[in-house]
Design a protein around this ligand. Structure first.
Ligand code: SF4
Length: 378
């Protein structure tokens, strides 16, 4: 293994990351959190595959109660993903090992309350209940104050600045209030931007442990390849203390995220890096989210597969198609795509280069996507 950055040690339940500890491999449950049997099955399957930490999304009090029940039934190291409702941390911290918050989501509730107060609240809760934190910055939901400082989307190396600034600002504040048991992530669906964001952050704060990931990497094998490109470049330069390979997979196959992550780490450590593999910006780029408890119709996973096979004819065109599993993050996460789809319970929404085209039934959307794609190619 190449030399790694001298990051701080951060304990998460029974494991530790940073300070030379082995790179931890994580995954996330995609089942509705309130479906306790299905989520427990997924937790068990991820744990059996060797997951070091498993994240579970919580949106509301029903989800929170379900996670508390799941905690009773599993020994897994658990991380809660707070999404917009940061105050749920108070209920959940006694039952989990790590709390992930997204700086860009802290604005949705109590809009007048300063973000620093909200982060202070989270840090206090984490201290009281022996939890680690993750500052999880994501390209699809960046802090609006940071986006407004960089209004034009520049070249790849510049467009990550709002993410990097947001992560640095939160890190500085956590340090100032005396909380250092945290790691940071800066995920983009484009591996080049992901690499750029992590390199910029680590250039300023090489001491902070980093959780690596290419968000919405998509369906295997392409989703694994995109992630591999980013991980090889980052881990090869000593950056990264924990990883997740975010793949769009049926629930029963979700454990493949762990095997894919372990394989990439093994290959890097044994020098089997695929320098010939590169992200070709002149080809069709299909991105799709790994799904989570917000998916309202499981048909999303099948749809992502069908979009892949139906659009194969466009493989030599520089077009990005994004397929997202929910109506909450879907609209924002598809902003940069040429064609963006996001799924509701009965309809799939479609937009072309930022303009909403309409909402279509699951059995109609592929034909409409096909005609929009042909229009763009023409
Ligand atoms: S886009 Fe929606 S369903 Fe997909 S991972 Fe993000 S929040 Fe979950």
């Amino acid at each position: 293994m190449t030399e790694r950055n001298q990051t701080r040690e951060v304990k998460i339940g029974g494991i530790a990351i940073g300070n030379g500890h082995p790179i931890a491999v994580q995954s996330m449950c995609a089942t509705p959190t309130t479906n306790i049997p299905a989520t427990l099955k997924q937790l068990e399957s991820l744990e059996a595959a060797g997951a070091d930490v498993i994240r579970v999304a919580v949106d509301n009090k029903k989800d929170a109660q379900a996670l508390i029940e799941l905690r009773r039934q599993t020994q897994a190291v658990l991380s809660v993903d707070l999404q917009e409702n940061y105050r749920l941390a108070e209920i959940l911290a006694p039952h989990v090992d790590k709390i992930r918050y997204n700086p860009g989501h802290l604005y949705h509730h109590e809009r007048k309350k300063p973000w620093k107060d909200k982060v202070h609240f989270l840090a206090d809760i984490a201290v009281q209940h022996d939890c680690a934190l993750r500052v999880g910055v994501n390209a699809g939901s960046v802090d609006p104050a940071k986006l407004s400082r960089h209004p034009s989307d520049g070249p790849a190396s510049d467009s990550v600045l709002p993410m990097v600034e947001s992560a640095l600002e939160h890190s500085e504040w956590l340090d100032q209030i005396g909380f250092t048991r945290y790691c940071v992530s800066l995920k983009d669906s484009d591996p080049r931007k992901t690499v750029s964001a992590y390199q910029k952050f680590a250039g300023t704060r090489p001491d902070i442990p980093l959780h690596l990931g290419v968000t919405e990497a998509g369906i295997p094998p392409e989703g694994i390849e995109k992630t591999r490109i980013a991980f090889e470049q980052l881990i090869g330069k000593g950056i990264g203390d924990t990883i997740r390979v975010s793949l769009t997979l049926p629930y029963d196959d979700k454990h493949q995220e762990i095997s894919a992550g372990r394989q990439i780490l093994k290959d890097i450590s044994e020098g089997r890096v695929r320098t010939v593999v590169h992200f070709d910006e002149n080809k069709l780029n299909l991105i799709s989210c790994p799904s989570c408890s917000r998916v309202e119709n499981e048909a999303f996973i099948d749809l992502a597969q069908k979009v892949k096979s139906r659009t194969r004819y466009a493989r030599d065109h520089a077009i990005t198609i994004a397929v997202m599993g929910c109506r909450v993050n879907g609209p924002g996460e598809t902003d940069d795509a040429d064609l963006g789809l996001w799924c509701g319970p009965n309809y799939v929404n479609l937009k072309r280069r930022g303009e909403k085209v309409g909402a279509f039934k699951y059995d109609e959307i592929l034909d409409r996507l096909d005609s929009e794609l042909k229009y763009l190619i023409r």
